[in-house]
Design a binder for this molecule. Structure first.
Ligand code: ADP
Length: 268
């Protein structure tokens, strides 16, 4: 009876340690042992999920201060449009509603106080260079502890964890392809967005997945990202409030301002 109560309250991973300990330990002792072994990321996760973004980081960037693509393109002079690369299966028409559902944010993704930020992770999910390292450092060590329970992640797939000390509530980790592999990169965007919906979250920011250490050329990567986000938003308009393209490099800032005019056209 006591055993059953304890097992209801603890995670799958902790449970397996307890069952492994079997006869050797009293259940409560096993729980403490398991907690020590796993670290206390579960408690930390709960604690941070209850906090609002500003309590975690005073200078966090809130959604309200990020202009939508529609209001941005009404207020600045845009560079020349970049034509769509693919013969899209979707009908790219002017759609003001979708143009209000996306944004460009120029800066550090770890400052965003939104539902979820996406991490361009590697398949171990144990942290690395580039944006992955920045996200892990800002979230604190509990993120790595939770990641260590996930069993890695194949290319194109995505997995979710808590955001811990980050102002974002969650981190969705996806593993981009190394080099130009369009379908795999599109899957990263699609699978991350599917998780967002599954978890009933409404705001998400993507870095330019694969375009750093993984060497995917910036322009074709932006085409794949814009195409997949447009396609997803066509099918899930009411389930998402904002998809933010978080741009760190000047090259990407220029490319996205050109490309979004084709994938999210608006009338002026
Ligand atoms: P990958 O291994 O998938 O190529 P990288 O982290 O090397 O991932 O690069 C992905 C993109 O993230 C690059 O455009 C890089 O400039 C950008 N980037 C690096 N640091 C940050 C940050 N703090 N916020 C947002 N984007 C970042």
């Amino acid at each position: 009876m006591i055993c059953a109560k304890f097992s209801e309250r603890i995670s799958k991973s902790t449970k397996s340690i307890i069952s492994f300990c079997g006869n050797k330990f009293h259940t409560e002792g096993a729980l403490i042992f398991a907690r020590k072994k796993m670290g206390n990321w579960e408690e930390e996760k709960e604690k941070y999920l209850k906090m609002n973004a500003e309590a975690k980081r005073k200078d966090c960037v809130k959604l309200q201060s990020i202009p939508t693509w529609k209001s941005l393109s009404d207020s600045i002079k845009l560079p020349e449009p970049i034509e769509m690369k693919e013969n899209c299966a979707i009908n790219i028409s002017k759609n003001e509603i979708l143009a209000e559902k996306i944004s460009i944010f120029e800066g550090d993704i770890t400052t965003l106080g939104i539902d979820a930020i996406v991490n361009a992770a590697n398949s171990t999910l144990m942290g690395g260079g580039g944006v992955d390292g920045v996200i892990h450092r800002a979230a604190g060590p509990s993120l790595k502890e939770e990641c260590s329970t996930l069993g890695g992640c194949p290319t194109g797939a995505a997995k979710i964890t808590g955001g811990y000390k980050l102002p974002a509530r969650y981190v969705i980790h996806t593993v981009g392809p190394q080099g130009e592999q369009t379908e795999k990169l599109k899957k990263c965007y699609r699978n991350s967005l599917d998780i967002l919906i599954e978890k009933k979250l409404r705001t998400i920011a993507f870095p330019c997945i694969s375009t750093g250490i993984y060497g995917y050329p910036n322009l074709p990567a932006a085409h794949a990202a814009a195409y997949q986000v447009r396609k997803f938003l066509e099918d899930n308009t009411d389930k998402v409030d904002r998809v933010i393209f978080c741009l760190f490099l000047d090259e990407d800032k220029k490319i996205y301002k050109g490309i979004l005019q084709s994938y999210f056209p608006i009338s002026h």
